[in-house]
Design a protein around this ligand. Sequence first.
Ligand code: UDX
Length: 436
Amino acid sequence: MKISVIGCGYLGAVHAVAMASLGHNVVGIDSNLAKISSLSSGQPTILEPGFEGLLREGLDSGRLAFSADPEAAGGARVHFIGVGTPQKPDSHAADLAFLDDAVDSLLPRLHEGDVVVGKSTVPVGTAAALEPRIRRAGACLVWNPEFLREGSAVRDTLEPDRLVYGLSCEEADARAGRDALDECYAALIAAGVPRLTMDFATAELVKVAANSFLATKISFINAMSQACDATGADVALLARALGFDERIGHRFLRAGIGFGGGCLPKDIRALRARAEELDLHEAFEFLAEVERINDGQRARTVEVLEGLTGGLEGRRVAVLGATFKPDTDDIRSSPALKMASALVERGARVTIADPAASAEAVAAEVEGAAFFADVEAAVAGAEAVLLCTEWEQYVRLDPARIGELVSERVVVDGRNALDPDAWKRAGWTYRGVGKR
Ligand code: UDX
């Protein structure tokens, strides 16, 4: 199958290398020349396990190429659109400008019988509004949302929990779209991945519903962590006991300083904005509460630190982690950096450690904090240590060794990831989130 992937950001780049690994001929297209030149020379543009290997394998096999020229899409039959749909600067709604540009540049290159596959996360109703333009060009449209997580994006693409096809209500287009995707994903379907067909609107909603549900689950356990703090209960034990109920499950019940990243925060806001347009304000108001609880976790953690240090003004606080979660270099909407900024605002002298984030990117987000890739340099002289991102190397830190570097042994575990007993044994005052 000849495939083009338009947009070589996180989603598009991973999709392109994954499709090439399945044996398809793929061209990835992006207007960012630096990105194209990097990918074309086998240099990964994202930190993602398995990505570099598949990128090089694809390039070496001759099945994978990248181009900044929209003309390159002309040779393909199936065109995946994986451009970003960020939050608009002046509202909570999703900005569809990149999607519109991608469609505009694709339309003149489409041939009769081509299939356009939307993968971007979009407000419900987007595909139906786009379809007439695609049909006029002789092609058909499918909406095929992507559920990949950073840090396991390659595996999530090649071994997804499910494939979702949003199909046209025109029967011939629906059949053509479904058949083309079945061919693209033949290996996955043969391996038993469930494949669900539905209308455009349902497919668009599946994606935002999944992310909103996950965000709600996190805020739920974070609200419970407050009840635990108030009563001396332990949220980790509570979550473990809850999770054995198969209807609830263990995952996404880790209490802490909350969720961040390029998707969850943006997607719940975009769903609320779309719900307003659909006159469903009341039904989706709870998502505002989900966000309020999320922000509140940071504020509460600042208070805990304030209490433990007897006031943050002039205090040296080492923040461990800058990325929004471990195993990525992504700092978008990172709870760790929100914490760091809040501490700087309270007058603390803040150092930030992270093994993957770039110093420049962190400096652009947090003013007045010093960044160190090396954790020991960041904690040297600290009066309090705050774990914000549960990188494996931070979880495994030796509390006795770190204790020799700091001036006060106070640790706040913003991810409930450290072993409280080990830290206490080494003479630390330990505080987790919702833990006795
Ligand atoms: C998310 C969705 O999981 C994925 O399906 C979708 O395609 C894109 O958005 P991602 O943004 O990579 O993926 O991160 P995810 O692993 O979902 O974590 C999001 C945030 O939630 C992180 O900040 C993480 O630290 C936090 N989190 C996660 C918790 O605070 N507690 C948990 O129990 C789980």
